[in-house]
Design a protein around this ligand. Structure first.
Ligand code: SF4
Length: 283
């Protein structure tokens, strides 16, 4: 379907000022460019988890799969392995990917599955009204921690570097041009692409005043230097007052999972027959 309206007519229930809008318009712009370049959007699949971010599946007019909490990444992996011709973009939340779904994230990176994971890292559970997540800063006061959290956040950039991700970046929803470059680069990258997006939650963690004076652009050279990437990743621990680097931390080219374990070639007819048999067996 060419020239499609990318934003759907579904009623949008994100709060005014929510950073999800920036990610939505980043994806819209990338998808429109893809069509202009003559690439069909019929081969794009968007997978989401559960959380405010997950409504992206309702709001963008592409093939989509609205999965379970913490299970966006394995659903995206399954879709990609079943049909390697698809471009699979996985939107997930910080609670979604860094708590319930952490093991899936780590192993998708370890296996260098050719998908793009965008984590809407608002550092709070927004949909359930403000509980702390694995990236909430030390002392974060929310519904489940009224006296403040007593644990340090973990650093997803370090985690993904250690797990073997071959494209590791950090964006910010108030830097949309850069975010677009990072996401487009992740989609173009052959291998596991990870973009942690510092996303403003206007209602439960409106952190723009914290981020804005601290963010700066990372250098764009030496991106295959793993040790340098680790040093850059440690600069800000998601809790301290340090400067916050935005951009690319690391990228390298490595064989993807399907190169080591070729997926059997399945034709459209095979797939239709398998689906019919499955449905028939459930009658
Ligand atoms: Fe966005 Fe936060 Fe509102 Fe959820 S609760 S829609 S993340 S501003």
């Amino acid at each position: 379907m060419a020239g499609r309206q990318i934003i759907t007519t579904a009623q949008n229930t994100w709060c005014p000022g929510c950073g999800n809008f920036s990610i939505q318009f980043t994806l819209k712009s990338i998808l429109e460019q893809r069509e202009k370049d003559g690439k069909s959007l019929d081969n794009v699949v968007l997978v989401t988890g559960i959380g405010c971010h997950a409504k992206m599946a309702d709001y963008l007019n592409v093939n989509s799969f609205y999965s379970l909490h913490g299970r966006a990444v394995p659903a995206a992996v399954g879709i990609k392995l079943a049909n390697p011709d698809l471009t699979v973009i996985c939107c997930s939340g910080d609670g979604d990917s860094y708590a319930e779904g952490l093991d899936h994230l780590v192993f998708a990176a370890k296996r260098n599955i050719d998908i793009t994971v965008i984590v809407h890292d608002n550092r709070v559970y927004g949909l359930t009204t403000g509980q702390y997540t694995p990236t909430s800063p030390l002392g974060f006061k929310g519904k489940s921690t009224p006296a403040g959290t007593a644990e340090f956040p973990f650093n997803p950039i370090e985690l993904m570097l250690a797990s073997g991700a071959t494209y590791v970046a950090r964006g910010y929803t108030r830097k949309m041009d850069q975010l677009k470059r990072l996401v487009a680069g992740g989609i173009a990258h052959r291998g596991f692409s990870f973009i942690d997006v510092l996303q403003i939650c206007a209602t439960f963690f409106p952190a723009a005043d914290y981020y804005d004076p601290r963010v700066y652009d990372l250098p764009e050279s030496g991106l295959e230097n793993f040790e340098a990437a680790c040093i850059k990743a440690k600069e800000w621990d998601y809790s301290s007052d340090a400067k916050i680097g935005l951009g690319m931390f690391y990228t390298r080219s490595l064989p993807t999972f399907d190169r080591h374990m070729p997926v059997p070639v399945v034709t459209g007819a095979d797939r239709d027959r398998a689906i019919s048999e499955l449905l028939e067996a459930r009658r």
